[in-house]
Design a protein around this ligand. Structure first.
Ligand SMILES: Nc1nc2c(ncn2[C@@H]2O[C@H](COP(=O)(O)OP(=O)(O)OP(=O)(O)O)[C@@H](O)[C@H]2O)c(=O)[nH]1
Length: 352
């Protein structure tokens, strides 16, 4: 569901003239029909009604016509019809069929309206199927150099449709503990934060748009709106928080319902530097990842363990998928493709 659709209920059709249903309602001084419109209590004398603008009353605008609600916000949006099309308003009342139709509801936004990346490259909206990867991740960035919009241009042209990898933050602590990152966060207010992250995939720099979503239930409507169009989603739980792990199943379900089919997913168990407080054993997460046929890493935003690896891994998978360069592997049967296994493990947090 796009956010826009929540606010774009189609407006009511214009009413007025012979079909006006609001005859008994007093005209609001503010929206009193100028062209005669809806003949609310004070109707003009019969002789004047059809002159100079359809049903226009005395002083009615030419063409104000049968639009009883010509001055309403809705009809103003249509330009008052007759006011803009001289001639149409003259003559007798026009049948409802000739009256302007209500404006179509605005199209649902194709991608989240805010914030747009400030890179010189295409945004998620303008790029169509070509552009930066958009990824919502809990750990949006670690190194300022690689995440600022002024990073060197990436080889986006070689990037296959990286439209919008996305991360749905499980209700776990935020990962991007970025030294030097601003202390203030917009996410607590809006449920969404945005970053650019550059990763290296086979020698190519890939920029990711990272939408860092809050995991709390109260933000769910907003965050699920961001699934659509995402190319990748990172689910993060906190290894010291059993509940956050349990919630992963809910998020998986939510992704299935809201995200594009075939979106790449990645499971991360964060805070692996806190072994002493571990509540979620790695084996459980491995099993869960196998069930869903996705990769899994244990990470630490604090010690930067596996963070780069996780992003790169996801970016690589997205590239492969969108480029069709993974022959015969478009379908990932559960339990057969825990792809972290084929990576070299550089950390005790990695899945081996
Ligand atoms: N030790 C340790 N602490 C971490 C790690 N990642 C995050 N934290 C801490 O966890 C706490 C929560 O971090 P946030 O970044 O606010 O978590 P969040 O995912 O944004 O949380 P929500 O907004 O509720 O989704 C902070 O105190 C962080 O310092 C990690 O890898 N290791």
């Amino acid at each position: 569901m796009a956010l826009g659709s929540l606010v774009s209920a189609p407006p009511p059709p214009p009413r007025g003239g012979p079909q006006c249903q609001r005859r008994r309602q007093p005209a609001s001084p503010r929206f009193r029909p100028r062209g005669g419109g809806c003949p609310v209590p004070r109707r003009p004398p019969r002789g004047l009604r059809a002159r100079g603008g359809g049903a226009g009353g005395p002083g009615g605008r030419p063409g104000g016509g049968a639009h009883g609600r010509a001055a309403s916000p809705l009809s103003r949006g249509l330009g008052g019809e007759g006011g803009k099309l001289p001639g149409l308003g003259s003559g007798p009342l026009r049948p409802p069929a000739l009256r302007a139709r209500p404006p179509a509801p605005p199209p649902a936004p194709q991608c989240p309206p805010w914030p747009k990346p400030t890179t010189t490259s295409s945004s998620c909206c303008s790029s169509g199927t070509r552009g930066w990867a958009r990824l919502v991740s809990s750990f949006a960035s670690q190194r300022t150099a690689s995440t600022t919009p002024t990073s060197p241009p990436s080889v986006a042209s070689q990037v296959q449709p990286l439209q919008s990898p996305q991360y749905c933050g499980a209700p776990v602590p935020r990962l991007p503990i970025l030294p030097g990152s601003p202390p203030q966060r917009v996410r607590p207010l809006l449920g969404i934060d945005f970053k650019i992250r550059t990763v290296d995939v086979e020698g190519k720099k890939i920029k990711l748009q990272v939408w860092d979503t809050a995991g709390q239930e109260r933000f769910k409507t907003i965050t699920t709106a961001y699934y659509r169009g995402a190319m990748g989603i990172i689910l993060v739980y906190d290894i010291t928080d059993e509940k956050s792990f349990e919630n992963i199943q809910n998020w998986m379900k939510s992704i299935k319902e809201n995200a594009s089919a075939g979106v790449e997913r990645l499971l991360l168990g964060n805070k692996c530097d806190m072994e002493a407080k571990r509540k979620v054993q790695k084996e459980r997460a491995v099993k869960l990842a196998r069930e869903h046929g996705i990769r899994f890493f244990e990470t630490s935003a604090k010690s930067s363990t596996n963070v780069d690896e996780a992003f790169s891994s996801l970016a690589r998978d997205i590239l492969l998928k969108s480029g069709g360069r993974r022959p015969g592997n478009s379908h990932k049967p559960p339990g057969t493709d825990l792809r972290a296994c084929d990576k070299k493990n550089t950390s005790k947090c990695s899945l081996g």
